[in-house]
Write a protein that binds this ligand. Structure first.
Ligand SMILES: [Zn+2]
Length: 447
């Protein structure tokens, strides 16, 4: 039998195809290192193809269709913007893949990733070699030019990373195709969230270049004891290996010099600072979407640096950004005698960010004059503008009203903050201080 008659036969008996083989694999890992299924390709024919929704509606929080053929995988197990999925509670939809020209398709692979019900894949794959095929009607089985290649259902496979490979039987290719069509159905998971998070679609051209695939990076993780022996720092440069040496030589020694200093500056009775800090260097593309533009951030005792920012700022702001973050570690990662993080009424962020920037710009690197009030920013500068502006306000308060301000602020993180405390610390209300500071700036600038 030739391919054409096999195709016809396959479409009549959809669940058992003679010329196509479906394999599936899963993993709990992070780089689609799946059993039996190769990792996503980065130079496959889908990269040149055009993807289009021709039935159903994409979910509003889904990424655009380009996530399916950009060669990037999601950053985590629940990363909506790096996945494509149909609208919640809908009945799936149709994705048309125009390969741009007729190619001999060796195999098609689909990858999905979710920690729960949105990992499982359920779809039928159709193909046609017709240049301008008739578009199928949504919710009707594609017919005419369209031939069913295979049906896929991984609903019974536990959540995680799912990969499905549809390849030709007996080392043959799947056939000659100009277009592919994914008829996507909600998977059979129970509950509402059963629209699959599709992460990547690969189409391998039998006559294409050698396929390159996503690789799991070798972990580059090193532990460093502090000079005093009191603290341990972990450096994770797995995702930015080019920065490992710099971080070891220029970042960690400064962190170790300043972490104990900051702790001494901000004591809280009964609260012990974290004895371990993890510093991770991560490219912006792998950061959560809302944080991809920040230089660095801290969560508990874990500091994450935006590797792209660091690379640009090695001789500039890189180390200072680290100082800012370890102030947050002292602010928020301390524990009481029972090992619990104690926190009173959480401070407004302008206070904690201002404190972190005060220690950075006025104590760590005052020579850089990174937090000035100038004729340009004077107009919109307010004591609660946060970051550098607030740092400047704090410096003024420290010099004029309360040299213990940093310690007072940090105490209030644990004992409970309220605006009335400013009067206790300085003899003036916050509002009065703000006005006085603004006035002092006006005079200094000759305005
Ligand atoms: Zn901050």
């Amino acid at each position: 039998m030739n391919h054409r008659s096999l195709l016809l036969f396959a479409s009549l008996t959809p669940l058992v195809s003679l010329y196509a083989v479906v394999q599936s694999g899963r993993s709990d890992g992070s780089h689609f290192q799946l059993e039996r299924i190769p990792a996503p390709a980065t130079n496959d024919a889908a990269g040149q193809a055009t993807f289009r929704v021709v039935g159903g509606t994409a979910d509003r929080s889904a990424g655009s269709l380009t996530v399916l053929n950009d060669g990037f995988i999601p950053r985590g197990e629940d990363d909506p913007s790096r996945n494509f999925f149909f609208a919640q509670g809908s009945n799936g939809g149709l994705v048309l893949v125009d390969l741009g020209k007729s190619i001999e398709v060796a195999s098609v692979a689909s990858y999905s990733w979710h920690y729960s019900t949105r990992a499982a894949q359920r779809f039928a794959l159709y193909g046609t070699n017709v240049e301008k095929p008739e578009l199928p009607k949504w919710l009707e089985a594609p017919k005419g030019d369209w031939k069913l290649i295979e049906k896929v259902d991984t609903s019974k496979v536990p959540a995680g990373q799912h990969g499905v490979l549809i390849r030709g039987a007996d080392e043959k290719s799947l056939g000659q195709f100009r277009h592919l069509l994914f008829e996507v159905k909600p998977n059979r998971s129970k509950g509402n969230f059963n629209e699959t998070f599709f992460s990547e679609i690969d189409v391998i051209d039998a006559n294409g270049p050698e396929v390159t695939r996503i690789e799991k990076p070798e972990p580059i993780v090193k532990k460093f004891p502090s000079k005093s022996g009191e603290f341990t720092y972990t450096l994770d440069a797995t995702e930015a290996s080019d920065l490992a040496e710099w971080a070891e030589e220029h970042l960690l020694p400064v962190m170790d010099e300043w972490y104990p200093k900051i702790i001494a500056m901000l004591p809280v009775p009964g609260v012990a600072p974290s004895t371990e800090i993890t510093f991770t260097l991560r490219p912006a593309k792998n950061l959560p979407k809302n944080l991809s533009g920040v230089p660095a951030y801290a969560s508990g005792a874990a500091v994450v640096f935006n590797a792209d920012f660091m690379r640009r700022e090695l001789g500039g702001e890189a180390v200072g950004a680290g100082i800012h973050e370890i102030v947050h570690v002292v602010q928020f990662a301390g524990r009481d005698e029972n090992g619990r993080i104690t926190r009173g009424k959480r401070l407004p962020t302008w206070v904690t960010e201002g404190a972190a920037d005060y220690i950075r710009w006025f104590l760590f690197e005052p020579e850089k004059q990174g937090a000035r009030i100038t004729r340009r920013n004077f107009g919109r500068a307010s004591h609660d503008s946060s970051y550098r502006i607030t740092a400047h306000f704090f410096d003024w308060v420290v010099k004029n009203h309360d040299e213990d301000l940093m310690r007072h602020i940090n105490l209030s993180i644990h004992e409970g903050y309220q605006e009335a405390l400013w009067k206790e610390w300085t003899g003036k209300t916050l509002k009065e201080l703000g006005v006085e500071w603004k006035e002092a700036n006006r005079k200094a600038l000759g305005l």
